[in-house]
Ligand binder design. Structure first.
Ligand code: NAD
Length: 513
């Protein structure tokens, strides 16, 4: 079947119907949604106004006041049910992710699996929101810390992980006792509608089990940047977790700081890998090819820069170029295709501009041309590009959200590490080596400066359990796993006096009549 023959609007209708989303939620609105697979419209949604957003935040605040009274392990039960509902809906939601974003089938399903995994993680967490008991210098006193929910948590998500980002935040926020308000990317609102319907199913089951939960515990606000701004500026939203480009982070961060609100900013990455003389070249080839070309270069953790030691450059790079020339490109819904489309025309144009700029800096470009445009004029498929660069200059120092891998030679590891860290954006990183000292140096204090540093695997992808995100400019590694839950709660230190006296500071006398 050619791209032109695919009827994705009909398939979207079937999937959303199955997931319990009424047709009037995605027809007749002002926000047009197109599948990057064909470039054709697959839905039209109504958008929230700033007034709608204000009302939704007030309602979410009321929900928070009620939800914080529910014991944390009981809150975990709701997320357990959400995990079950996601398991039941995995095939449908995964397929919808592929249709709306253009990910190959296994990646669409993999994204839903991440949602399931974070639910499992959060259920366990709901019984582990520990505070410390701390030694106090005062006699007959006890000092401890307690953790309390924050309020309605704003979640702003990017197009390329249309549903997982919500779950990384929402599963933790909800077990921590908060309500959530989600503004998904304006490019991917259909998967958000589906996810909200799945959450509501879990909530209905929770209530049917006899548990109490407020309305508006999880709210979805469809719209563009202005809706995101309403969340960012509202005094009742104490934390906004925003995932997207560094440009978005630069706009959102100062606005939140101005009103002393918290932020979790998970932003772009210009991720690199270093290949040293002792690297296993077969393993490296697979790791590099997958992390540079997978999801058509549209992952925050996509490999974008590769530093290869002089002594192995000629053994690795020609093989890599061959892999680039032979990779199968086409509809991500068809088995066997490894690279799907770019999200839209704007993305294609930025890729071509970056390749022109790289040529101007002396880069030798292989690939990068548009393909399949004869089958669908509105869809943008490209052959991934590999660019051999004489130096790290021009577009190499920026994140272009497309499949471009810049390859550079190095002769000294310190020099490679310096170049590796010498970009403003730093999210994920790798070294391929069998030399223990090089591996240890890479993950040490003076090695990679990214939130994720890997040895002998590519930088792309992240696993629930470890904290990730972690763009270096914003502090590194704060979402999803490890102790990331603390961002969704506030800490209080409590001191209790079980004695009959009130010791004051040394030498102070304070007589009360
Ligand atoms: P984007 O920055 O264009 O948009 C992201 C979201 O921010 C959207 O929902 C958008 O409506 C909203 N937004 C934009 N400007 C805003 C503003 N001023 N105020 C409030 N909201 C605003 O990003 P995108 O093109 O959707 O996604 C790709 C980018 O996201 C890449 O840079 C990628 O690296 C990054 N990303 C990072 C992570 C991570 O975990 N670090 C994960 C996924 C994607």
């Amino acid at each position: 079947m050619t791209l032109a023959q695919l009827d994705l609007a009909a398939e979207v209708q079937t999937i959303l119907g199955k997931l319990g989303v009424a047709a009037d939620r995605y027809t007749g609105g002002t926000l047009a949604v197109r599948s990057p697979i064909t470039g054709k419209e697959i839905g039209r949604l109504s958008e929230a106004s700033a007034t709608d957003a204000g009302q939704a935040i007030d309602a979410a605040h009321q929900a928070f006041l009620e939800w914080r009274l529910v014991p944390a392990p009981k809150r975990g039960e709701l997320i357990r049910l959400l995990g079950e509902e996601l398991r039941a809906a995995k095939a449908s939601l995964g397929r919808l992710v592929s249709i709306e974003v253009g990910k190959i089938t296994s990646e669409g399903l993999g994204e839903v699996q991440e949602m399931i995994d974070i639910c499992d993680f959060a259920v366990g967490l709901s019984r582990q929101l520990y505070g410390l008991t701390i030694a106090t210098e005062r006699s007959e006193h006890r000092m401890m810390e307690t953790w309390h929910p924050l309020g309605p948590i704003g979640i702003i998500s990017a197009f390329n992980f249309p549903v997982a980002v919500w779950s990384w935040n929402a599963a933790l926020a909800i077990v921590c006792g908060n309500s959530t308000i989600w503004k998904p990317s304006e490019k991917t609102p259909l998967t958000a509608l589906a996810t909200q319907a799945i959450f509501e199913k879990a909530l209905d089951r929770y209530i049917a089990e006899g548990s109490k939960a407020p309305k508006n515990l999880s709210t979805l606000l469809i719209g563009g940047r202005e809706v995101g701004e309403a969340l960012v500026d509202h005094e009742k939203v104490p934390l906004v977790s925003a995932t997207g480009s560094t440009a978005m982070g630069r706009a959102v961060g100062p606005r939140l700081a101005q009103r002393f609100a918290r932020s979790i900013l998970e932003l772009g990455g210009n991720n690199a890998a270093i290949v040293t003389p002792t690297a296993d070249l077969d393993l490296t080839l697979r790791g590099v090819a997958f992390s540079a070309m997978g999801t058509a270069g549209q992952r925050c953790t996509t490999l974008r820069r590769l530093f290869v030691h002089d002594s192995i450059y000629d053994a690795l790079v020609p093989r890599l170029i061959k892999a680039y020339q032979s990779v199968t490109i086409g509809s991500p819904l068809q088995d066997g295709n490894l690279v799907g489309p770019l999200i839209d025309k704007g993305s294609f144009e930025k890729m071509q501009q970056a390749l022109e700029a790289a040529k101007a800096e002396g880069g030798k470009v292989t690939g990068g041309a548009r393909v399949l445009d004869g089958e669908s004029a509105d869809a943008y498929y490209v052959r991934p590009a590999i660019v051999e660069m004489p130096t790290q200059a021009g577009p190499v120092k920026e994140e272009t959200f497309a499949p471009i891998l810049y390859v550079m030679r190095y002769s000294d590891l310190d020099e490679a590490l310096h170049l590796h860290n010498d970009v403003p954006q730093g999210l994920s990183s790798s070294i391929f080596t069998n030399d223990m000292r090089e591996a240890e140096a890479f993950v040490s204090d003076c090695g990679s400066d990214c939130g994720i540093a890997n040895v002998n695997l590519g930088p792309s992808g992240a696993e629930i359990g470890g904290a990730f995100g972690g763009e270096k400019e914003t502090g590194g590694g704060r979402e999803s796993g490890s102790d990331a839950w603390k961002a969704y709660m506030r800490r209080a230190t409590n001191t209790l006096n079980y004695g009959r006296t009130l010791p004051l500071a040394q030498g102070v006398k304070f007589d009360v009549i």
